[in-house]
Design a protein around this ligand. Structure first.
Ligand code: ADP
Ligand code: MG
Length: 728
């Protein structure tokens, strides 16, 4: 086994970068090649069909059956030119990743021949046998079937030989069984609420878009090393492994030169992304060794989220071509940074105004401050819910560790905006908010810089940070579907904006001028957020935990408990008002979340137990036997002095014996705890029991990591951290 390990390590180290088949054309020529975008619509659809489809995408009008048939025919012609033979409805069930069931275009005449067809019906709706997707009991109790329905706002695309149609996934009783449906509802809610607030400032605003720019962190591991680690293969993370002598302490990886095998992977990933219309912009090394990041230019949230799901699939496939496995797990390695997915989020109007960017005059600045403050109010009210929206068994390893993000949701504003808010509180409500520098330095004025110079004054410990023209929600896990967090955030902001608009209307009814009515409504909100959710200090300090508790922020650290927040009365009411989730959906989703949590920990616990018994203890015993025969031989040759001469060996044998005994008894206890937990019927109670088991895994790895430190390197069966992290 250990010989195998050396072979694997040596071969992995020797691997060279594969040649990249680079397209000859410039990206401008093949960008979006595999997407049925507006250019393709124009080319493959007649004018009436095109217009009907655009109205459907932009205005939400329904497509009649004959138009849908024409759209399908155009798509089919385009797809067949790319060698496509199959179609699939592509959807995002409540598992990680996406689901697809491929059907070929063929129809059989029941005699000899086939034709290739694709009509509006198969474009619009499919009924995948959905009974094995997580549904939290919705289908079991109500209706056995679910269906997928085309989401025309996400463009159709080609993957290999398959035409992929982005769809929502819904039970026949109407409940959402996926991520996309509630996200679309939340986007509608935030659009409606924000438009009505924008119209206070500009009646021309008809639509407000929610924008998402994700930054995806990941690790790459050589596939042969990966295959030698059952824990990585089955759980996505290392359950054991002593820290490497060198890890990230020199900070020599961050933004360093990209290793050539990795660079080849990245280039190919970019080609694939561009062809799928994903505007990939940034690639770089991250903080930890073998950790990297990828980010596109932001886009409309629903589309951008689809693109994130797509690129995660592409990463898996392309990494394998280059002899790597991509790790999207939040914490693949203990003791070094984990991976997140920062969600840069903002709102913008159809008139081209960024609602979280300072404006050009006092009026647009007031609009900016209005949205800025209301977003923070939403985060304040729903801080526990936002945390619940990013809570998972895997992300739990990041939360609260000494790295982004802490397990308390607070917001970082930066010095400039904090000062602006304080000034607004002090000054009369009709004080204009000027652009700094434009009017000269007038003492007492509220001034906002046109561009935030200090927007790099980043607080890396904050889970929700203002970065000049957007908020950056940093607590999302690298393996998560962004929609979970984006649904909650957009819904919470929508609800807050509705409340705000109603309050402003009351002030206006008193005969106040618009700017005064707005500022009078904002002031108590500003005072409240400054006292609670706004925090520019160190999010990891012990004092902050105490202080946050005093401020009424949620400090829960157990994932099964955090999840419960989704069904608290205030959350249920908010989601009901915004039309994002029904109470039944929330309850069902929580069942799914607890069940998923339990299963993940259960798998980890099993793998841990088996590796301890089948890998670690045998290796430790082999070394112990080696030492014992050494002691025996010493005794044979030097019967008088062997105790002194073999003192080190004797003491090591004792240490190994103790670790093996500890390990055996801890594994026994863990197996018993699992047996007890498995008897629990209630999913929440069961997840709580598994939370304790998850904690016990930390204790179990301790004797294993200690053994790794002393057992003969030749006998150690698993690739070590130094090998997993530094070979690329
Ligand atoms: P950093 O690592 O410094 O935070 P990156 O450039 O890696 O920044 O990523 C920032 C992300 O934020 C990109 O996806 C970018 O397109 C996105 N972004 C920039 N402006 C906005 C905005 N107004 N709304 C949403 N996302 C934005
Ligand atoms: Mg960022």
């Amino acid at each position: 086994m250990s010989e195998l390990r050396f072979d694997v390590v040596k071969n992995a180290f020797k691997k060279k970068a594969l040649p990249v088949e680079a397209p000859e054309a410039r990206p401008t020529e093949y960008f979006g090649e595999l997407v049925f975008n507006r250019d393709k619509m124009q080319k493959y659809l007649d004018a009436n069909t095109y217009n009907a489809l655009i109205n459907c995408i932009e205005g939400g009008t329904a497509l009649d059956r004959s138009t849908a048939d024409k759209v399908a025919t155009g798509m089919k012609t385009w797809a067949m030119e790319h060698g496509v033979t199959h179609i699939t409805h592509w959807f995002q069930p409540l598992t990680e990743g996406t689901a697809e069931k491929h059907d070929s275009f063929i129809e059989y005449d029941q005699k000899t021949s086939i034709t290739e067809t694709f009509d509006g019906r198969s474009l619009i709706q499919q009924e995948p046998d959905a009974s094995s997707f997580p549904n939290g009991g919705i289908r079991a109790t109500f209706e056995a079937r679910g269906y997928t329905a085309w989401d025309p706002t996400s463009p159709v695309f080609i993957q290999d030989d398959t035409l992929c149609i982005p769809t929502v996934f819904i039970a026949y009783t109407g409940e959402a069984l996926d991520y996309k449906t509630p996200l679309k509802r939340a986007l509608k809610a935030v659009n409606d609420a924000a438009v009505s607030v924008c119209q206070l400032f500009d009646p021309n605003v008809k639509k407000v878009y929610s924008y998402l720019g994700w930054e995806q962190e990941y690790f790459l591991v050589d596939e042969d090393l990966y295959a030698a680690r059952p824990d990585l293969m089955l759980t996505g993370r290392t359950l054991m492994g002593h820290a490497s002598s060198k890890n990230q302490q020199l900070d020599d990886h961050y933004f360093g030169a990209i290793p050539s095998r990795v660079a080849a992977f990245m280039r190919e990933l970019e080609f694939a992304g561009f062809r799928l219309g994903i505007p990939l912009k940034t690639r770089h090394n991250e903080v930890a060794p073998n950790q990297f990041e990828l980010a596109p230019i932001y886009g409309e949230t629903n589309l951008s989220n689809d693109q994130n799901q797509l690129i995660m699939n592409e990463m898996n496939t392309i990494a394998r071509k280059h002899g790597f496995v991509v790790l999207l797990h939040e914490k693949p390695f203990n003791g070094i940074n984990g991976s997140g997915k920062h969600n840069n989020w903002s709102l913008g109007t159809d008139t081209g105004v960024g609602l979280l960017s300072p404006g050009k005059d006092a009026k647009s600045n007031l609009q900016f401050v209005t949205f800025f403050v209301n977003v923070l109010a939403a985060v304040q009210k729903h801080n526990a819910l936002l945390k619940a929206s990013i809570a998972s068994a895997t992300n739990a390893h990041r939360l609260g560790a000494n790295e982004a993000p802490p397990a308390i949701i607070s917001a970082f504003l930066g010095r400039t905006m904090t000062e602006v808010l304080h000034k607004l509180l002090e000054l009369p409500s009709d004080t204009p908010i000027e652009i700094a520098g434009k009017k000269g330095a007038k003492v007492g004025l509220v001034e906002i810089p046109e561009i935030f110079i200090d927007n790099t004054d980043r607080n890396r410990t904050s889970p929700f940070a203002f970065t000049g023209n957007r908020f950056e929600f940093r607590a999302i896990g690298s393996s998560a579907n962004c929609a979970g967090a984006m649904t909650t955030l957009n819904a919470a902001v929508a609800d807050q904006l509705v409340q705000f608009k109603a309050d402003v209307d009351k002030e206006l009814a008193k005969g106040k001028a618009l700017n005064v009515a707005i500022m009078d409504t904002l002031k108590p909100i500003i005072a409240s957020i400054l006292d609670t959710v706004c925090f520019d200090g160190n999010g990891y300090s012990e004092e902050w935990k105490m202080e946050a508790q005093r401020r009424g922020l949620d400090t829960e650290t157990s994932v099964p408990e955090m999840i419960k927040k989704f069904t608290s009365p205030d959350s249920v009411a908010m989601f009901k008002r915004t039309g994002v989730y029904s109470e039944k959906e929330l309850a069902a989703r929580n069942e799914v979340k607890w069940e998923t949590y339990t299963k993940k920990v259960q798998i980890e616990a099993r793998v841990m137990g088996r590796m301890a018994i089948n890998h670690i203890i045998p290796a430790a015993l082999a070394y112990k036997n080696k030492l014992l025969s050494n002691i025996q031989m010493t005794k044979d040759v030097f019967p008088e002095e062997y105790q002194t001469m073999a003192a080190t060996e004797i003491s090591t044998v004792k240490t190994i014996t103790k670790y093996i005994a500890d390990l055996t008894s801890m594994v026994d206890d863990m197996v018993n705890a699992r047996k007890a937990a498995n008897k629990i019927e209630d999913e929440y109670q069961k997840a709580c029991a598994y939370h304790d088991i998850a904690e016990s895994l930390f204790a179990i790895r301790r004797p294993i990591d200690k053994l790794e430190e002393i057992v003969d390197n030749d006998l150690w069966p698993l690739p070590k951290y130094r090998e997993l992290l530094f070979i690329n």
